[in-house]
Write a protein that binds this ligand. Structure first.
Ligand code: G3P
Length: 477
């Protein structure tokens, strides 16, 4: 309305009465791109009341009907995939190829959730498999909805990582209140619009826009919140987990995903996987390769291969489908630059020179990184790849396990058995052998250990996370 995007509450697109608006600026040139509502705490209340009221009816909606709504939403998303992809390019500077891929992947995800959700069945148990018991009871076990799920997606996947929360929540009979991310607001609103246009009843899907600093705490501590699913920075996740109280939490937070390259690795494959893993979407992925531990014997060959690969990456605008585009905010670019400066001051070697123009940072490889440098432990969330040369696998394992993060890791070796034995020792939710870290495909389990998250994502795991077990025990005379 008047080129100001509305928020969705109880089935209506509304203008906030707060009198304030939320402006989004382009990461590419700082110009104002979209204006949205800055919702008030009263509007948060209204959304939660609508969600709680509608959830009772929604839980009684047959599974096939819920699945039909989701499939219709996926269809609408596909019809508007180019519009949504343009939004992603404008809002988060995701290049054209990856922006379109996010939208298509999201429609695929929603359809997969609908199918899998219809096949969630219960279980029967009898007592007499337990010592001393008789066959005189019948335990009926099934899963029921949690109620109202607060969904908080991140800026780097405002469509896909919103749907990865919302679709399972809806399929299991919950209603949702979505808090749009700091960037990618309108892309997220497009997803909500697809769900709304699919005919999902009023109040089941609600979307609030505005500053986390103004409504964030109010949202996560709201008495009508029955669960929170959040993807975001570790600091945010830890803060929310302390405030949320006794409700289920599903969290995907930061990562310091390591690539461990052994001396028998296929170097060509390692270079291709690490370069893609480190620099796809400018390294602004929690599963990006954020540090390399390479055995001394093959380090020079790996570094030279990475240099050659990285120098081929195009740098520019998302609309031109450049490989490297501006990072999300000048504060991000400042942080990345500080990590580079710290490392260089402490002896790191620039394999590709650090170069920056506003939010645009050219892909940077730092060699001879050691544990005294901040970049060995911190998450740049940018196109920066530190390389640590090690003399043994044990040294690499020790550094990986010392990290406060525990999302994913990759091991490159031709000896799968040896790699498996290292994988068993790594304190991360997932280990990839001879491949780059990744959350997808979206039905695989995806979990962060330590400060990288709580619980698992992935279609079946999210359907389970968005529900709880109810058992009914029938006693026989
Ligand atoms: O940072 C978001 C995380 O989910 C990355 O997903 O698919 O790029 O590995 P993906």
């Amino acid at each position: 309305k008047d080129n100001i995007f509305l928020y969705l509450s109880n089935g209506e697109w509304r203008t906030s009465t707060s009198g304030k608006v939320w402006k989004e600026y382009s990461p590419c040139n700082g110009t104002e791109i979209y204006t949205c509502q800055s919702c008030s705490t009263e509007e948060v209340n209204q959304a939660f009341h609508a969600a709680a009221t509608s959830q009772v009816m929604w839980a009684k909606t047959p599974l096939w009907k819920r699945a039909e709504y989701l499939k219709q939403a996926a269809k609408i998303l596909r019809l508007h995939q180019d519009e949504v992809a343009n939004c992603l390019m404008n809002e988060i500077a995701k290049n054209r190829k990856h922006a379109l891929s996010e939208v298509v992947r999201t429609a695929d995800l929603i359809e997969y959730v609908a199918e899998q959700g219809m096949r969630m069945s219960g279980k029967l148990m009898y007592p007499d498999s337990f010592p001393g018991q008789k066959r005189n009871q019948l335990c009926l076990i099934h899963r029921v909805p949690l109620g109202v799920v607060l969904c908080i997606p991140p800026f780097n996947y405002p469509v896909n990582l919103c749907a990865s929360k919302v679709a399972p929540a809806l399929m299991m009979g919950n209603s949702v209140v979505i808090k749009t991310p700091s960037h990618g607001v309108v892309s997220c609103l497009y997803l909500a619009a697809a769900l709304h246009l699919a005919g999902i009843p009023p109040g089941v899907v609600n979307v609030l826009t505005g500053k986390g600093s103004e409504i964030g705490d109010y949202l996560v501590t709201h008495p009508l919140v029955n669960a929170i699913s959040l993807t975001g920075g570790t600091h945010t996740g830890i803060s929310v987990s302390k405030k949320a109280g006794m409700i289920p939490l599903q969290m995907e937070l930061g990562g310091k995903d390591a690539a461990i390259v052994l001396d028998d690795a296929d170097l060509q494959q390692s270079v291709a996987s690490i370069a893609s893993g480190a620099f796809s979407y400018n390294g602004q992925r929690c599963t990006a390769v954020k540090i390399v531990y390479v055995k001394q014997q093959v380090a020079d060959a790996l570094v030279n291969g990475l240099k050659e690969q990285v120098e081929k990456l195009s740098v520019g605008s998302p609309q031109d489908n450049a490989d490297i585009t501006p990072v999300i905010h000048h504060s991000s670019a400042d942080y990345i630059e500080k990590l580079v400066q710290d490392a260089i001051q402490k002896g790191a070697k620039q394999i590709t020179p650090f170069r920056r123009k506003d939010n645009l940072i050219w892909p940077t490889i730092l060699d001879n990184v050691d544990k005294n440098m901040r970049v060995a432990w911190e998450e740049p969330f940018g196109p920066l790849l530190p390389i640590v040369r090690v003399n043994s696998e044990a040294q690499a394992i020790e550094m990986v396990n010392k990290s406060s993060m525990g999302l994913q890791a990759s091991i490159f070796s031709r000896n799968v058995e040896a790699a498996m034995s290292i994988a068993d020792l790594l304190k991360t939710g997932t280990v990839h052998l001879n491949g780059q870290p990744a959350r997808g495909p979206d039905h695989f389990p995806f979990q962060g250990w330590k400060d990288s998250g709580i619980g698992s994502q992935g279609v079946l795991y999210s359907l389970e996370a968005m529900s709880k077990i109810k058992s009914i025990v029938i006693h026989f005379a």
